[in-house]
Design a protein. Structure first.
Length: 95
């Protein structure tokens, strides 16, 4: 996870804590406070879902890019090995 993701997570946690403290200390009835806490819970759930979705997408992208690089490297290594074999055979024939 890079700094951008960490900053977003810290910001979301701070916003959630601040909102919860504001709701709990606001001069409202218990019913209003429970409704606001319920809404806050739904908002937190949505934020976590969005964050986990972003995290999954980032993981898939990293996996895909890594796999592509490995396959490309494997292909280049196979080509280099074949070139080395041809050079060795040529050297052997000259000797």
């Amino acid at each position: 996870m890079d700094n951008k993701d960490n900053s977003l997570l810290v910001f979301l946690l701070g916003a959630i804590i601040g909102a919860a403290a504001g709701i709990l200390y606001a001069p409202k009835s218990g019913k209003e406070t429970r409704q606001e806490l319920k809404k806050l819970g739904a908002d937190v759930s949505d934020a976590v879902s969005d964050f986990s979705g972003d995290l999954k997408e980032t993981g898939r992208r990293i996996y895909s890019e890594g796999r592509e690089k490995i396959l490309c490297g494997k292909e280049k290594l196979s080509e280099a090995i074949e070139e080395g074999k041809r050079a060795f055979e040529k050297y052997k024939e000259e000797d």
